[in-house]
Design a protein around this ligand. Structure first.
Ligand SMILES: *[C@@H]1O[C@H](CO)[C@@H](O)[C@H](O)[C@H]1NC(C)=O
Ligand SMILES: *[C@@H]1O[C@H](CO)[C@@H](O)[C@H](O)[C@H]1NC(C)=O
Ligand SMILES: *[C@@H]1O[C@H](CO)[C@@H](O)[C@H](O)[C@H]1NC(C)=O
Length: 310
């Protein structure tokens, strides 16, 4: 008789589980400065100093009903370029890596479902401004927590920053300690100690100490941190910002880096889920795994029922 009740329970729970999986958003945090916000196709009129975006959206950056973004009002909307337009409001935004990343991840892994982008990058900012407790950090965390309100899980932090920390030797030398602390703080606050992080090693900088910051980025030793290199990608005429073709390249490289986390990540997520709290955890994969795991059980009970009642 108890198996009968279990069966009823499974019948009730199973369609809910499947619906739950479909509604799961794969959330990505996009943070850093201008090259993450996106300046591809943005030019500066040398006479008037007016910056404009050329409005060119390559197919790799096209919108899709599977790619959402959390807008400045903390609402999910269909994402389109320029992704950071309502976030990095004081600057002219163009093409960044975010849309390419999302399109490419979905192309390579069509079972993933929905991608939810949370743009947080602000042009011209230095690593000290991203320190836990300061405005940019709080703004980002507020947005991430809001993004989790109607389900989903944070899959990765995408980080491209440091150009502003190449001006003074002291800042460049402090970069590693500061960015390391930033990554740890984000993981702590999301209660996701192994949250995948994909950081971009600088292509350019505002000052002379680019190599010091790059070295700092390359030598951070954290589990589940992948560093991809933007050095050598084509730049806008300003010599500071990645061009649209460069951003397309970068978005794909970042997507590849993220996809490397997927095959082996179910164990990692499983462990993380046991110590995360429901609201802010990255339990996406493990919850899918556990629901799918119930399916054979469900079928067995269906078979049992048909034998009992027919
Ligand atoms: C545009 O160019 C002018 C002159 O070269 C420069 O002073 C200004 O900072 C530039 N603005 C941007 C947003 O790049
Ligand atoms: C970071 O930027 C802020 C705002 O522009 C500035 O006040 C601060 O001095 C900078 N900090 C460092 C360490 O460069
Ligand atoms: C994750 O869990 C598995 C199985 O419970 C265990 O063998 C492994 O050591 C755990 N890994 C970590 C990083 O805790």
């Amino acid at each position: 008789m108890s198996s009968f009740f279990l069966l009823i329970f499974l019948i009730i729970i199973q369609p809910w589980s499947i619906k739950h999986i479909q509604a799961q958003k794969n959330i990505f945090i996009l943070a850093g400065q201008s090259n993450m916000a996106g300046r591809g196709g943005v030019t500066n009129d040398t006479k008037t100093s007016v910056t404009t975006w050329d409005g060119v959206v390559p197919p790799e950056c096209n919108p899709s009903s599977s790619i959402l973004k959390l807008n400045a009002h903390l609402k999910w909307v269909e994402a389109h370029e320029p992704l950071h337009q309502d976030i990095d409001m004081l600057k002219t935004n163009g093409i960044g890596p975010g849309m390419v990343f999302a399109n490419f991840v979905l192309k390579k892994n069509s079972q993933l479902g929905l991608v939810g982008l949370v743009p947080c990058a602000i042009g011209g900012t230095n690593i000290s401004e991203w320190e836990k407790g300061k405005v940019l950090y709080n703004h980002m965390m507020k947005r991430v927590k809001a993004s989790l309100n109607d389900g989903g899980s944070v899959r990765a932090l995408l980080w491209f920053q440091g150009e502003s920390d190449t001006v003074s030797l002291r800042d460049a030398q402090s970069y590693q300690t500061r960015v390391h602390k930033f990554f740890i703080d984000v993981r702590d606050d999301l209660q996701s100690p192994l949250l995948p992080i994909i950081q971009v090693a600088l292509a350019t900088g505002l000052g002379p100490y680019i190599e010091i910051v790059r070295q700092a980025q390359m030598s951070i030793d954290l589990l589940n941190l992948k560093t991809v290199d933007a050095k050598g990608l084509p730049l806008q005429p300003d010599g500071l910002h990645l061009s649209t073709p460069a951003q397309i390249n970068l978005g794909k490289i970042m997507a590849d880096a993220f996809l490397q986390f997927i095959p082996s990540s179910s164990h990692i997520y499983h462990n993380v889920s046991s110590i995360s709290n429901e609201a802010t955890s990255s339990i996406g994969i493990s919850s899918c795994v556990s629901h799918i795991y119930m399916l054979p059980l469900f079928i067995t009970f269906l078979t049992m029922m048909s034998q009992t009642f027919l």
